[in-house]
Design a protein around this ligand. Structure first.
Ligand code: DAH
Length: 369
């Protein structure tokens, strides 16, 4: 800009003109060169030197690579200040051209060199700053992350599921917030059934409830799948219970359901004996006649554990009413179901004396597993 203004002033002086100053800088330069005298040629040399000094200080202060690029365009670009001089060279008297041309090239080379040096310096600076910021101290000690382990409830569930998956069962689940229909009604437990008393639960304002057992998954699964069915469903269940060493209001169950043509009580016994044998090892097992609304006949199963009979699960042949509720024809299909408490198994297997310990998140307790 500075240069353009000066050129304009020179051009006007050389014409002694009273015409309106030319506003187009390149036109002004052309006018200048077409009327060039000896003094004006030396003036032009001074302009070039001035340009070099100007470039030198501007480039020296350029803060970053973007600024360098802008300055390169401004001085050396096609429409830059030095090109303007070089481009108008043809208008010079022939004898002056080599000298001014040489001078212009010299200035051009000098500016290019300054630009290159400054660019290299700035790039080196940028690399140094990055290196400092990204230095990795390979000798720094690592961050200690303690290795977790499985909670005894999780490992008990995993172990049971592994056994059933090995027997060809699929894992399923259902919602913890359940309707009265899936939790009771469809499981042959209508509103006035006395068995409801043993499983009082938490009722939600909309009439739904927190499921009292995983048996509700039986109905949901049968509604969605055609027999043959082999399914195992772990999950959390809820009871309105006084909490003590063996009772919790929230606990876990695993449900078992097998439906097919021609399944018998013997199939159920074999399956349960295989499962309990895998879990408890070589133990005596006995089936005791019992009652559940959703199975007929029903049984409770005990294992002989440390010299005493210990009740571990409930089971039975799926009641025909349950099959009907799920849309299956009891004349065609039969099956068995079973359900057991995960906490109970974990407590027996690990000799845990109080159910509340498995919910307390006490690391001194949990680290033992
Ligand atoms: N739902 C029963 C309970 O919570 C356990 C149970 C017993 C499940 C017999 C079954 C079964 O599938 O056949 O006590």
């Amino acid at each position: 800009m500075l240069y353009t203004v000066k050129v304009l002033a020179v051009a006007q002086a050389s014409f002694g003109s009273t015409a309106a100053p030319c506003r187009n800088p390149s036109a002004a330069i052309l006018q200048l060169f077409s009327a060039m005298t000896a003094t004006q040629v030396s003036d032009l040399e001074a302009q070039l030197s001035q340009l070099q000094a100007e470039a030198q200080s501007a480039i020296g202060e350029a803060p970053d690579l973007d600024a360098i690029e802008q300055l390169r365009v401004a001085f050396l670009g096609k429409k830059g200040k030095i090109s303007a001089v070089l481009g108008a060279m043809g208008k010079l008297p022939a004898e002056d051209r080599p000298r001014i041309g040489a001078k212009a090239n010299e200035v051009k080379d000098a500016v290019q060199a300054i630009l290159d040096r400054r660019r290299t310096d700035l790039q080196a600076d940028a690399i140094r700053v990055r290196l400092e910021a990204e230095t990795l101290d390979v000798t720094a000690p690592g961050t200690y992350r303690p290795l977790g382990r499985k909670h005894p409830l999780a490992s008990t569930i995993d172990k049971a599921l592994d056994i059933f998956v090995g027997l060809g069962y699929t894992v399923a689940d259902g919602p913890e917030m359940e309707t009265d229909y899936y939790n009771f009604e469809a499981l042959n437990t209508p509103a006035d059934h006395p068995a409801r008393d043993m499983a009082d639960t938490f009722y939600l304002p909309d009439g739904n409830l927190l499921r009292t057992h995983t048996s509700s998954v039986q109905i949901r699964y049968m509604e969605e799948h055609e027999p043959p069915i082999r399914v195992v469903a772990p999950g959390r269940v809820y009871r309105r219970d006084q909490v003590d060493a063996t009772h919790a209001a929230v606990f876990h169950q695993i449900e078992l359901l097998a439906i097919d043509e021609g399944l018998t009580f013997t199939d159920m016994k074999g399956t349960i004996e295989t499962f309990l044998g895998e879990i408890f090892g070589e133990v005596e097992i006995r089936f005791r006649a019992s009652y559940f609304p959703f199975t007929e006949p029903s049984a409770e199963v005990d294992v002989k554990w440390k010299g005493r009979w210990l009740e571990v699960l409930g089971c039975g042949m799926v009641d025909p009413n349950v099959l009907k509720a799920a849309g299956l024809d009891p004349e065609v299909y039969s099956g068995f179901a079973a359900g057991f408490g995960v906490e109970r198994f974990a407590m027996v297997l690990h000799q845990i004396d109080d159910i509340r310990r498995v919910y307390a998140s006490d690391l001194r307790f949990l680290r033992q597993f």
